[in-house]
Design a protein around this ligand. Structure first.
Ligand SMILES: [Zn+2]
Ligand SMILES: [Zn+2]
Length: 296
């Protein structure tokens, strides 16, 4: 567990990991050991169409999870990868899958029926357009960063997140590794990288789910970030950063990006046309953190 800049207890979670249960290179025990040594407080095992229960492996709490998908490789035909997190049981999807009846909405609905949260994985890798995402009902979050999507140079989904938000879709934002330990991530040494920091003093799934649902977390590959609004002013606090960006539906550039050394505070004045504001920070090592979206 960690103490944040405001003295609150946070837990570091990896919510998208694959193992030898499907196409990951490491066994569940090896993945658990790797993430425990990297300072994570819990991880979800989210193998493809294989639901893993809550567990504890090699000293690391394991959160229930799975990743379900429709579509194969042609984004034009629709490719959807959706994480099931914090569920009480496995979603009832096998029958529909056998009959080829699965749609992205079906995945979301069955995840909800199992009391899980449905998170859209790697929308940049899948090229999920605003129109197609808008047609879905009930997504509980979106990965703004997915480490393994670096394989296709689409790890950062910031542009898509702003297109979604500009069209009224204010999703909670996660950063995940989508850990497989494939040749690329081994070669570049980027496992483990991404996480969410949840304001919670427990790793009990019910407590984490509540904090997550209430939006008490930020996404990161290193730095700490906090964004709050008072009237038309946004206040950002962060661990020492080299770059701070405020993102919104406005294309005006004034006050948008701040460069410097060891930046720990920044403010931003709302522009009249802005419907939402979010922030990101980059530290001197190039690691990033992403705030929640604040709807105005
Ligand atoms: Zn996926
Ligand atoms: Zn995955």
């Amino acid at each position: 567990m960690y103490r944040d800049l405001f003295g609150k207890t946070r837990v570091k979670l990896g919510l998208h990991q694959h193992t030898t249960r499907t196409d990951g290179r490491f066994s569940p025990e090896e993945v658990a050991t790797l993430y425990r040594k990297a300072g994570y407080d819990a991880i979800a095992l989210t193998d493809h169409w294989v639901y893993s229960e809550d567990d504890c492996l090699c000293g690391l709490p394991i959160l229930a999870g799975a990743e379900y998908h429709v579509g194969v490789c042609d984004a034009g035909a629709g490719v959807w990868h959706i994480l099931c997190l914090f569920a009480d049981r496995a979603p009832d999807l096998d029958r529909a899958r056998d009959f080829g009846h699965v749609t992205a909405q079906h995945l979301i609905d069955e995840i909800h029926a199992a009391n899980g949260l449905a998170v859209l994985a790697h929308p940049a890798w899948s090229l999920n357009t605003t129109e197609s995402v808008k047609a879905l009902k009930g997504l509980d979050g979106v990965e703004i960063f997915n480490t393994v999507s670096r394989n296709t140079a689409r790890d950062d989904a910031s542009l898509l997140v702003d297109l979604y938000a500009t069209n009224g879709l204010y999703f909670p934002l996660l950063a995940s590794d989508d850990f497989h330990h494939n040749d690329h991530t081994v070669a570049t040494g980027i496992d483990p990288t991404a996480f969410v920091m949840v304001e919670c003093d427990s790793v009990a799934p019910s407590a984490l789910k509540k904090a997550f649902t209430e939006g008490r977390y930020y996404a990161s590959t290193g730095p700490e970030i906090h964004l709050r609004r008072e009237g038309d002013t946004f206040f950002l606090d962060c661990s020492p950063a080299s770059k701070v960006c405020f993102h919104s539906n406005s294309v005006a550039s004034r006050g948008r990006t701040i460069f410097g050394e060891g930046i720990t505070h920044a403010t931003y004045e709302r522009k009249p046309e802005e419907k939402y504001v979010r922030a990101s920070v980059t530290d001197s090592e190039g690691r990033m953190a992403w705030s929640r979206i604040i709807k105005i």
